[in-house]
Design a protein around this ligand. Structure first.
Ligand code: GLC
Length: 751
């Protein structure tokens, strides 16, 4: 007995020594880097300091309006460039880095790239991934992306995009995690952890970048780059938390947004960049502008020329200038004119140098330029398997009349019709990466995925039917002809991959062209029809969903699209995804989101149409609500239990609920916990997501899951922007979606 307790004591002491050592070690490392940064800074001329704040695009691929300098090499040799974006490949990055090593101080370049949902292996677009509600899978997706991109010479990804988006007219909804702040914050944290790994500078990690700071998703009218007009309270409650989550995950950098907030462009918004980010939140990384956004402040009308733009941006806390050239062309004069203190320049330079030291570039500027490693990681067979799993988890089952799905593997003849069936690159969606030397043949088309699944057992017929856009119906006859021979029709329709994304706002959200007309024709055959909808955003497709027997929302699923879709069609994976954006009945319903205020004349149902905040010509309900998604099985919710019904600020309530799989397929359910603060000094939303659990259940299996309610979950920003939990009644809602409420209860927060 004595021996046991002695060894336990030794173990505990050892544990604390290790913890103490590793904490001290990281403090020592931080101090060590700080000293190195200071010593490099002390050697730098003003010119060289300003050079570190200057980021150019490589000559290959632009993600913005590019101006070719022609003498980039010369500027790098003279220490006038700190970073290059859109430069990929171990050899290409090595070539630029070699030039930087010939400069006077040999300060390494940082290579940045939009590795948003994959590098060579392409994962589902981020909005699709968010519908998995699977934080581990989302983190792994970012992890694989970082492994591949870092092997290709890239140090830094301009991701995750963490903008809350409530307006599907905005094309960039495809890049984020939907409309809900709680879920989007969890996903932001997971993505940063995935990209950056456990510690900065690991050879298979990327520096991440929380973007676009801030409130870019609230552009008026859903028109990209448009103004944002909002109260500080709304900014703090809805739009900032995912950025704070990214910061809590240790995100290395932030990127400013193109928009102004209440007339002040984010790129020169000191309230955002200095007061909140660098002071209140203590951010020690650096801030990069978005493409040209420093210079664009002239068009915003906030400054009169590039000289003023540079001054406004650097003063507000924007450390690096992406592609506008305002910093490289004006900062020296601004310092000499006494308009910008050298201390501001030094602070920005130190932030950037610190990151270059942290990821080991001063030790070995070429450590990420290993062609052998690049070849190995870009052909790692594990990666497509992860992409396929993430894709399966991202597909939302919207309708399944008479349990048409899953299809039997003995089915004789399938007619696979539509303009997206045999496409390859379309499946990658927007913000995919065109890796040099890699063509699209490695992508599994929807046609190939089905062929892989059914082999020769099933007769697979194909017709394109029509194009994605245009009025040409000449292909309808052939489509009808093969449909009449089939036992089931699978129709794959939707947008073009670049109809959602940056600068892709749409005034209508219909499925383009004559694709729904094609469906109408196919319905005349009387054959059962499964529709796949490929897109980067919520669309309006009421005819399709009202008339097809089954609908799968397949988004853009990436390089394993075909295999993942086939897995769901034949039941090798049971759909588990749930929508993370509200799907409007019509574009006229926008903005529409689930966590709205009740108002003094709430729209509670479609019957009572008077004196309420609703349209006289439209239902009050969306087509599909936040959190909606079906399964091939069904789930029963029972036995909701609260450990108590009164809690003080420093107490907690344990909530338990039992979920039973009442169907015949194993499946996963996303159990959602919503709260409503019935009375608040600020009106509170009719419900807010405060927790969720995704669980897997075999047929007939039950599991009891628990949630914990603490005062953090009851808190909100009051009129003075204080984060408070106010005493009073709370409604607790357990739902299979924000509208499919299964169980509810009440509790009270007392003084
Ligand atoms: C683009 C995007 C931004 C991206 C950057 C670099 O304009 O707004 O998200 O990271 O430029 O490509």
């Amino acid at each position: 007995m004595k021996l046991k307790s002695t060894s336990a004591i030794i173990l505990i002491i050892t544990f604390f020594v290790i913890v103490h050592y590793s904490q001290n070690k990281s403090k020592d490392q931080k101090k060590d880097i700080a000293q190195k940064v200071d010593s490099v800074l002390s050697l730098m001329t003003l010119d060289e300091k300003i050079g570190q704040l200057n980021q150019y695009n490589d000559d290959w691929q632009a993600t913005g309006p590019i101006t070719l300098d022609g003498d980039k090499e010369n500027q790098i040799l003279n220490g006038k460039v700190g970073s290059i974006l859109n430069c990929m490949g171990a050899e290409r990055t090595k070539s630029w880095q070699k030039i930087a090593m010939q400069s006077r101080l040999k300060i390494p370049l940082l290579f940045g790239q939009d590795v948003v949902h994959g590098y060579k292996t392409t994962f589902p677009i981020p909005l699709a991934e968010s519908c998995s509600w699977d934080l581990e899978a989302v983190e792994l997706s970012a992890r694989i992306s970082a492994t591949e991109a870092s092997a290709s010479g890239i140090h830094w990804t301009f991701a995750p995009m963490v903008d809350i988006a409530r307006d599907p007219r905005w094309g960039r909804v495809m890049e984020g995690a939907g409309e809900d702040t709680y879920l989007a914050s969890k996903i932001a944290y997971a993505r940063v952890k995935g990209f950056q790994g456990d510690k900065p500078g690991a050879i298979n990690s990327l520096m991440a970048c929380a973007k676009h700071f801030a409130a870019y998703g609230a552009a008026i009218g859903g028109r990209d780059y448009n103004s944002v007009d909002m109260s500080d309270r709304l900014l703090w409650e809805i739009y900032l938390p995912p950025f704070k989550a990214a910061l809590d995950a240790g995100v290395a950098t932030f990127m400013t947004s193109f928009n102004d907030i209440n007339g002040v462009p984010s790129t020169a918004n000191s309230y955002l960049l200095r007061d909140i980010l660098k002071e209140k939140w203590g951010f020690e990384g650096f801030v990069v502008s978005d493409w040209g956004s420093v210079g664009e402040m002239i068009r915003h009308g906030n400054v009169k020329n590039e000289y003023e733009a540079a001054r406004a941006a650097i003063t507000a806390g924007c450390d690096m200038d992406m592609e506008s050239r305002c910093y490289i062309n004006n900062l020296e004069a601004l310092v000499h004119d006494g308009k910008v203190p050298i201390a501001l320049i030094d602070d920005a330079v130190k932030r950037i140098l610190r990151k270059k030291f942290e990821i080991g570039l001063f030790d070995d500027p070429f450590r990420f330029c290993n062609s052998e490693r690049e070849k190995k990681e870009l052909n790692n067979p594990y990666h497509p398997a992860v992409a396929r799993d993430m894709a399966r988890k991202s597909i939302v089952l919207l309708k399944n009349e008479n349990n048409l799905l899953p299809l039997s593997k003995d089915i004789k003849t399938i007619a696979f019709i539509g303009p997206l069936v045999k496409e390859l690159k379309q499946n990658k969606g927007f913000w995919d990466v065109d890796v040099p030397g890699v063509d699209s043949n490695f992508i599994v088309s929807q046609w190939e995925g089905l062929k892989n699944k059914v082999g020769d057992k099933t007769n697979l017929l194909y017709a394109k039917g029509c194009d994605i856009e245009g009025e040409n119906k000449n292909g309808f006859a052939e489509a009808i002809k093969i449909a009449e021979q089939a036992d089931v029709i699978i129709l794959s329709i939707g947008e073009r991959r670049d109809m959602s994304g940056e600068a892709k706002s749409r005034s209508n959200l219909n499925i383009p062209g004559v694709q729904e007309d094609l469906l109408k024709e196919l319905l005349t055959t009387g054959k059962p029809i499964v529709v796949l909808i490929n897109t980067g955003r919520p669309l309006v497709f009421n005819f399709t969903v009202d008339n097809a027997q089954a609908v799968l929302y397949t988004w853009w699923l990436g390089s394993e699209a075909g295999n993942a879709i086939a897995d769901l069609l034949f039941g090798d994976y049971n759909p588990s995804a749930k929508l993370t954006m509200t799907f409007p009945l019509s574009v006229g319903q926008i903005p529409i989101y689930y966590n709205h205020f009740n108002t003094g004349r709430p729209a509670l149902n479609d019957e009572d149409r008077f004196y309420r905040s609703a349209y006289t010509d439209l239902s009050i309900y969306p087509k599909f609500e936040f959190g909606y998604g079906l399964s091939y099985t069904s789930f029963q919710y029972s036995e909701l239990h609260l450990s108590k019904h009164k809690m003080k600020h420093d107490e907690k309530i344990e909530v338990s609920v039992t979920i039973t799989n009442t169907g015949k397929y194993a499946g996963e359910e996303v159990v959602q916990l919503y709260l409503r603060d019935v009375v608040g000094s600020i009106a509170r939303p009719v419900k807010e997501l405060k927790d969720f659990k995704k669980i897997k259940l075999e047929p007939g299996e039950s599991k009891t899951i628990t949630f914990t309610i603490d005062s953090e979950k009851l808190s909100f920003y009051n009129q003075k922007l204080e984060w408070v939990a106010e005493p009073g009644e709370f409604e607790l809602i357990i739902g299979a979606s924000s509208r499919d409420i299964r169980l509810s209860d009440h509790f009270e927060l007392v003084e």
